[in-house]
Design a protein around this ligand. Structure first.
Ligand code: SF4
Length: 477
């Protein structure tokens, strides 16, 4: 179960949620520790800066090449998958995607769905929809299982429960997992408890649901990267497998996958390669002993074609969801994922969420950045995140309808603020006006209020100097 409904506006209360985390030294410390760990593991994987740079350039080229051919690759993928026996469905909105998945569940009379890790299923809030339709949806990735037990959203795209301590998880298991009578905070014992619950469910489930990391158009192959083996169980044990992915995950050739996979695992968890790499190219064939009888792929748009339509914003879709930008972001590492309130938090969340939820709902988020550039520097596919953030900031404050490419463009526009900036520009353009205003400011500085909104919550009040620089220079001769 997710804590926040899909129509939630992340901008509302963003400040209050951030403050609550910043005021919690325990949470701050655990985030800092986890992020330092991930950052050092990533750094150890890329000891040679030149090699890293050439790999990043290759990753960027592959992503841009494939995005450049996205419409035709999607058609090729559909054709190839269909020939392989995988049923392809197209969904423009989260509601459509949910209706397709629940339609399949209802057709086969499914009671239980086990889910491998899938951020897209978080994006459409599938668990909510399944619950409303009377179908159980159980997360089988350990981190996702923990946040589901806690009734929360994931706080990181690859480490969903990174905000939870061992003791919190122990208490959660003790209180919520059926059959757990004794409290233990031994990590191995906790993993074993989770494993025991999930093993039964893999066998019981009617549907296995997974995400997709790369969908290969030339072969009709769905690639799935994971570490726990639960993805493999979800895609093989239940009689029906449904995969769901955003439309941008398609690549043309199999040979495009290894460089992206290498960048993904090394940037995400600092692993050379993940424990499991699943390649799914069809349902069970006659004579095969295992595998699902039906395989479906749901291709979701949800604002991606809006991002795609603009050449600069299209770069957002290069993302391979490694999470490195979050780990290196000074804002994310202090406020954590829940403060954002979006499925994708941190730098990637700030540039992708406006397309999914509209700028009305996310206008504040683009401003919550130091623009230090760390996210852009670590991004393995070279997404210019700071540049895109600047663009989104501008879009949310320029006059509405100036650029119809963005949903909710001008959401933070204020005629008063706009007039103030126009006045400021006029003053700075005219030497006479500038002299007059600074002369007045140096004499009337005492009129400035002691509290100046958000500025004075962390800074001293702004007050013009009693003497202008030009006057000081004049005095010096
Ligand atoms: S924007 Fe770049 S660094 Fe961030 S998750 Fe996507 S690929 Fe990784």
């Amino acid at each position: 179960m997710n804590a926040q409904p899909i129509h939630f506006k992340p901008s509302e209360g963003f400040r209050a949620r951030s403050k609550a985390v910043v005021d919690n030294p325990f949470l701050r410390q655990s985030f800092r520790g986890a992020m330092d760990f991930l950052m050092s593991k990533r750094a150890a994987q890329f000891p040679d800066p030149e090699e890293l740079e050439s790999l990043r350039t290759l990753g960027e080229h592959i992503r841009q090449y494939n995005l450049g051919k996205l419409p035709e690759l999607l058609l090729q993928l559909e054709d190839r998958l269909t020939k392989n026996g995988i049923q392809v469905h197209w969904a423009e909105t989260p509601d459509e995607a949910n209706a397709i998945i629940l339609g399949i569940c209802q057709r086969i009379g499914a009671k239980l769905m086990v889910k491998g890790k899938s951020m897209v299923s978080e994006e459409i809030e599938l668990n909510h929809a399944a619950e409303a339709a009377g179908i159980g949806a159980l997360e089988s990735d350990m981190g996702e299982y923990i946040v589901q037990l806690a009734g929360e959203k994931p706080s990181h795209i690859i480490m969903p429960a990174i905000h939870k301590t061992k003791e919190e998880i122990a208490r959660l298991f003790h209180e919520k997992v059926p059959g757990v009578t004794e409290y233990t905070d031994n990590v191995d014992a906790l993993i074993q408890i989770g494993r025991n619950v999930l093993r039964e469910k893999f066998l019981e489930a009617d549907i296995g649901l997974s995400g997709v990391n790369f969908a290969v158009a030339e072969t009709g192959t769905l690639c799935l990267v994971e570490n726990e083996g639960n993805g493999r169980m979800c895609t093989t044990a239940p009689p029906v497998h449904i995969a769901i992915t955003g439309i941008e995950k398609v690549v043309e050739k199999l040979e495009h996958v290894p460089p992206l996979l290498s960048l993904l695992t090394r940037s995400a968890t600092g692993q050379n390669i993940s424990t499991y790499f699943n390649m799914i190219s069809g349902p069970r064939q006659p004579g095969e002993k295992d595998g699902p009888a039906e395989v479906h792929l749901v291709l979701l748009d949800n604002g991606r074609s809006q991002a795609y339509a603009d050449e600069q914003l299209r770069k957002t879709l290069q993302c391979i969801r490694c999470g490195a930008c979050m780990n290196h972001c000074p804002v994310y590492t202090r406020i954590g994922g829940h403060a954002y309130g979006t499925t994708y938090p941190g730098p990637i969340g700030k540039i992708i969420s406006p397309h999914m939820l509209g700028l009305e709902a996310t206008a504040t988020m683009a401003t919550a950045s130091t623009l230090c550039g760390a996210c852009g520097e670590v991004c393995p596919v070279k997404i210019p995140i700071p540049e895109l953030l600047m663009r989104l900031r501008e879009e949310s404050f320029t006059a509405p309808h100036a650029n119809p490419a963005m949903r909710g463009q001008g959401a933070g526009y204020s005629p008063l603020m706009s007039a103030v900036w126009r006045g400021w520009a006029a003053v700075y353009r005219s030497p006479v006006l500038y002299r007059g205003v600074t002369w007045l400011g140096s004499r009337l500085g005492w009129l400035m209020p002691a509290r100046q909104g958000a500025w004075t919550t962390v800074r001293v009040p702004l007050r013009p100097a009693a003497k202008r620089l030009r006057d000081m220079l004049k005095e010096r001769g």
